[in-house]
Ligand binder design. Structure first.
Ligand code: 5AD
Ligand code: SF4
Length: 434
């Protein structure tokens, strides 16, 4: 008899991408499944969801409806991830053809729920920090490694603490072991993942020696086979001097920093419970630019948080001017269930929110256009990871610029010197020079 097959669709953040890899590992190694090429052929269809904003949640139900029509007779559908955590059994009530619901903090139970009709596993106290997952990586060149689960912050707009539960750090020795194994099997780049990575080490589930994120960075960089380290997401509040100094000093740490601003107004930051002010953010960004020549900084910004006035928004625009972010992920505030901000007074009308978002994005595009000129002619070390159409290969520079060059498979997994020949807003063309 042929083996059973599965198909996974993954939405949302890098954490979800890694959770999907864990589910693939569990299904293939412990339950005898293999991947299907197409949804229509699969015996098991999984959708790994995101609930950070409202739109993807609404889309979920129309999407699983269409999966249900396209699936072959007898195939099962499972809803996993953050929306699974927050809606739980309501998903099966609204879409009775769904066979099981598996929360973001319960992915290790995948091989169990596939055998339990209408199972709902969404316990946010479940502890997966001991990390007993099988091994699977979508890319041989880059390895995602979780360093913590959950989030202890209580940002008032954010549903994540409710979907991923309280923050528990994974023991450093497990992280180092996993990073070493991945690097020794060819993944030169290790991507450390957590909701709030630089808060690492605050709580473990057992007795473990005190380890900070800065300590962990040193430990991972001591692994000889590791050539590059990236991480996401750090929190601006925890960007202390020791962390910035290690970031600047350690040649294996890639020189791009994600600094989620959310708002440039200290008043709004307070209402968001972000724990820092505009001045602190600017101070950290400036220090980073001074200490790390060539560093790129990316950010997340929410416009039209409840109570945001024109003056508050102008402050966000002022930070945009001051920091010159290379990448801005910007969103209209989206009220989320279970979060305090959904009940705040002065919710901003949608027309105003849209106008602010457009203004922010247009100004940022102008800034990117101005940066293009500086980029052209620059030489970067690029690690090639992906074949692209038209005989091109894409990779990232140390400071996270996406660069494509003419070439084929032999470039994959190599680091080359590349000159940027044509800079764009979000990706650049280049030529390999050595
Ligand atoms: N509305 C809009 N954006 C949000 N984010 C998180 N919660 C919300 C929300 N309720 C954004 C933040 C976060 C990113 C992952 O998603 O900017 O950093
Ligand atoms: Fe959400 Fe704030 Fe935690 Fe990030 S740090 S996951 S925004 S609560």
């Amino acid at each position: 008899m042929s083996r059973k097959t599965f198909y996974i669709e993954t939405l949302g953040c890098a954490m979800n991408v890694r959770d999907s890899e864990h589910m693939v590992a569990e299904l293939t190694q412990k339950a005898g499944y293999e991947p299907a090429d197409r949804l229509e052929e699969a015996d098991l269809i999984l959708i790994n969801t995101c609930s950070v904003r409202e739109k993807p949640v609404n889309k979920l139900f129309s999407e699983i409806g269409s999966f249900n029509k396209r699936k072959k007779a007898g195939a099962k559908i499972g809803v996993c991830g953050c929306t699974a955590s927050h809606l739980g059994e309501e998903i099966i009530k609204r879409a009775p053809f769904v066979d099981f619901v598996l929360g973001a903090r319960n992915v290790s139970k995948i091989t169990d729920v596939i055998h339990r009709p209408k199972a709902v596993e969404v316990d946010i106290d479940h502890d997966e920090s001991q990390y007993a997952f099988g091994e699977f990586r979508a890319s041989p060149y880059k390895a995602y490694v979780n360093i913590s689960i959950g989030c202890d912050k209580k940002c008032t707009f954010c549903i994540v603490p409710h979907t991923r539960g309280e923050e528990i750090s994974i023991p450093a020795e497990l992280i180092v072991r996993e990073a070493r194994k991945a690097a020794e099997s060819g993944a030169k780049e290790i991507f450390l993942l957590g909701q709030n990575v630089n808060n690492y080490g605050r709580r473990f589930s057992g007795e473990h020696p005190k380890t900070t994120f800065t300590d962990l960075l040193k430990m991972v960089s001591d692994i000889e086979a590791v050539e590059r380290i990236r991480f996401t997401s750090p929190h601006p509040l925890h960007m202390d001097d020791a962390f910035l100094e290690e970031f600047a000093r350690n040649p294996k740490i890639c020189k791009s920093m994600h600094m989620p601003l959310q708002s440039g107004s200290s008043r709004i930051l307070k209402a968001m419970k972000r724990g820092y002010t505009k001045e602190w953010f600017l101070n950290r960004a400036q220090k980073l630019r001074q200490m790390v020549p060539g560093v790129t900084i990316s950010t997340d910004i929410i416009v039209a948080f409840p109570g945001e006035t024109e003056e508050d928004f102008e402050e966000t625009m002022a930070v945009l001017e001051a920091v010159r972010f290379e990448q801005v992920f910007s969103f209209k505030y989206s009220p989320r269930p279970l979060t305090p901000a959904q009940n705040y007074p002065d919710q901003v009308p949608d027309e105003i929110a849209s106008a602010r978002l457009t203004r922010l994005q247009s100004r940022h595009n102008e800034m990117l256009d101005a940066m293009k000129k500086e980029r052209e002619g620059q030489v970067h070390t690029v690690y090639f990871e992906e074949l692209r159409p038209g005989n091109t290969v894409a990779g990232r520079s140390d400071n996270n610029l996406l660069i494509t060059v003419p070439g084929s498979e032999e470039l994959l997994g190599t680091m080359r010197q590349v000159r940027i020949t044509e800079a764009g807003r979000t990706s650049h063309r280049g030529e390999v020079i050595a």
